[in-house]
Design a protein around this ligand. Structure first.
Ligand SMILES: Cc1cc2nc3c(=O)[nH]c(=O)nc-3n(C[C@H](O)[C@H](O)[C@H](O)COP(=O)(O)OP(=O)(O)OC[C@H]3O[C@@H](n4cnc5c(N)ncnc54)[C@H](O)[C@@H]3O)c2cc1C
Length: 489
């Protein structure tokens, strides 16, 4: 008889959703194996903004999740637009250039609302994502469709609430438990894991194993191998423990790689951010108000259409674009007109400030002549018109070879500020193929019996880019599914 019904590898959102779901569906002995020590537990989930993107037909559908929202934001329910499945699908397909796996994306989208309600029942308390999603103009609050709700106290809260939910269900959690391999019998059925913990190297047996142990974003050698230069130099926004171990173990056993192995989620972060995520700062190094300003590289040139779309549809690819600029840095430049629109997270940074544009450029380590010219050209092209941060306002820059397609106001109101940014890696897109039961598929396109995967390990959903709030939702949907299936294995 195996020691456990289900072994879950990892202790982030996906893994803990799997563990709770396995217990709910009848697995008696469930253990979570976490590589990190207890004080660093919780994977990227701890560092996240806790934002959840899911489909809902009516704003009233959110009442189950945030019944008290109007106390926090008056008129909340009348201000939120519906986000039906068709719109979620359209967003996901648009930003991934039509490449998101159709079967997996249907599972993600189709089960997103039901799963977020299930999370709430498990004790995950939610709130309106005011500082992430709300844009306030006068007395109106406009929400980014589909990305309106987050876990209370963001990723720190989400991780804590998941551990509490797991404890309530008597899930055992072992820390410093570094899973290093999968064991199997002669039929190929998974029988457990081998691991390295403070007692040495040993094995644990189970009827089923769920892998929820993240991507390879914290492994510079794999970043160099799959993402290429300059990704080995990237700062890691989250945990240092996601080194591709689960992917390696599964692939060694014949699992089918899936999705974009050269792709990752990467965002503009403070150029002075630490090399790995800071437990206290979490996602506060993010710099996502660039649609309201202008981006310059060290050559003093623009290199990205800052107003291509709302931030939640461009931020996840912009980090990589910045990292590929000279020295891997860029400068986000704003004038005083938009100071109130900058996300609160900018307060954690140290901007360069000047009363004129030439004086600002002089203070920055970039080609001064080119920088002055670029901003003069930009100011010459920016039109006067109705600036509206709540819609794609079409305020563009006719005549510029690289347009700014929306929100292109002249930089004309001092003081002018510049925030230095680099590209921080969040998570990798390459993973393994899972089927509709979250079973890991083998290269012979048959499920590997007893092996399930969830979270960042699921390949195929994201390519090149990603709509904000989808990582946690995908983790919860596939985690819940994997846990339930593993319970019945
Ligand atoms: C700064 C930041 C902000 C983000 N904000 C958002 C957001 O607001 N909304 C959103 O949807 N997504 C966000 N994301 C992405 C989101 O955090 C991830 O998609 C999600 O947390 C991944 O969940 P997971 O359970 O797959 O992995 P993780 O939460 O990373 O968990 C992986 C776990 O596996 C463990 N592990 C790794 N290897 C082993 C091993 N060999 N043995 C045992 N355990 C192992 C790790 O220690 C960790 O506990 C953000 C990410 C970051 C870094």
């Amino acid at each position: 008889m195996p020691e456990y019904d289900v072994i879950v590898v990892g202790a982030g959102n996906a893994a803990l959703a799997a563990a709770v779901s396995a217990r709910e569906q009848g697995a008696n002995r469930v253990v979570v194996l976490e590589k990190a020590p207890e004080e660093l537990r919780g994977g990227n989930t701890h560092y996240s903004g806790g934002l959840l993107r899911f489909a809902y037909d009516r704003a009233d559908d959110l009442k189950t999740l945030v019944p008290d929202a109007e106390r926090q934001v008056s008129g909340f329910f009348s201000g939120v637009e519906p986000y039906p499945a068709a719109r979620f699908r359209e967003d996901l397909m648009r930003v991934t250039e039509g490449r998101s796996d159709p079967e997996l994306s249907e599972i993600l989208i189709g089960r997103s609302y039901d799963t977020v309600c299930w999370m709430a029942k498990q004790g995950i308390v939610m709130e309106p994502a005011v500082s992430l999603s709300a844009v306030r103009v006068g007395n109106t609050v406009k929400w980014s469709p589909g990305a309106v709700i987050r876990a209370r106290h963001e990723g720190v809260g989400l991780s804590k609430m998941w551990f509490e939910a797991a404890a309530k269900r008597d899930v055992e959690v072992r820390y410093r438990a570094n899973v290093i391999g999968l064991t199997h019998d002669r039929t190929g059925r998974i029988t457990g894991v081998s691991m390295n913990d403070p007692n040495g190297i040993g094995e644990l047996t189970a009827r089923a194993v769920v892998l929820g142990c993240g991507g390879f974003e914290a492994n510079p050698e794999w970043r160099a191998r799959y993402l290429g230069r300059p990704w080995d130099h990237a700062k890691v926004r989250g945990t240092r423990y996601n080194t591709g171990d689960g992917l390696r173990m599964a692939i060694e056993l014949g699992a089918l790689p899936h999705g974009q192995w050269t792709g990752c989620h990467s965002t503009p972060i403070d150029a002075d951010a630490p090399p790995h995520g800071d437990r206290k700062l979490t996602d506060k190094t993010n710099r996502l108000s660039y649609p309201y300003g202008v981006l310059l590289n060290r050559l003093g040139r623009r290199f990205f259409d800052e107003g291509e779309d709302f931030q939640f549809y461009t931020y996840a690819k912009l980090g990589g674009i910045i990292l590929n600029q000279p020295s891997g840095v860029a400068y986000q430049i704003f004038d005083a007109k938009v100071a109130d629109l900058l996300e609160g997270r900018y307060k954690t940074g140290k901007p360069t400030i000047a009363e004129t544009i030439p004086a600002l450029i002089e203070k920055l380590p970039l080609d001064h002549g080119a920088g002055r010219q670029t901003l003069a050209d930009y100011n010459g092209a920016a039109r006067s018109g109705a600036f509206d941060p709540t819609v794609r306002d079409g305020l563009d820059t006719p005549g510029l070879a690289l347009p700014k397609s929306n929100w292109a106001q002249r930089l004309d109101t001092p003081p002018f500020v510049a925030y230095p940014v680099t590209g921080g890696i969040t998570f990798t897109f390459g993973g393994v193929r899972v089927n509709e039961r979250a079973q890991v598929m083998s290269t012979s396109w048959a499920p590997i019996t007893g092996l399930y995967a969830c979270g960042e390990m699921v390949g195929g959903l994201f390519h090149t880019n990603y709509p904000g709030g989808t990582g946690l939702m995908s983790g919860a949907v596939f985690g819940r599914l994997a846990g339930a299936e593993a319970a019945g294995a």
